[in-house]
Design a binder for this molecule. Structure first.
Ligand SMILES: [Zn+2]
Length: 91
């Protein structure tokens, strides 16, 4: 007789698939897949300065946040409906 055997399928399907996050601007709770990740703070435009500063430092100072689609569109983070690349119109 086989010994009792309990199978452990604990990691196959995680329940946190549809996790939701707060929008970084309006604070609305949005499903995570709908949001647009954005990094705010500490944007360096000066190339010389950017060279001097360690890249790890930048990632430390920049904060990742999730933005809901409406805010993203409003802030100009994304352009809705333009994500697909059209054929080259190289005339
Ligand atoms: Zn928002």
């Amino acid at each position: 007789m086989p010994a009792p055997y309990t199978r452990g399928y604990h990691h196959t399907k995680s329940k946190g698939h549809e996790s939701s996050v707060n929008c970084g601007y309006c604070g609305k709770v949005v499903p995570r897949w709908k949001t647009i990740p954005s990094y705010r703070g500490f944007s360096i435009n000066d190339p010389v300065l950017r060279k001097q500063i360690d890249r790890r430092m930048i990632s430390t100072y920049s904060q990742k946040m999730y933005v809901c689609p409406s805010c993203a569109r409003y802030r100009g983070i994304v352009r809705v409906g333009r994500s697909r690349r059209k054929d080259r119109s190289g005339f």
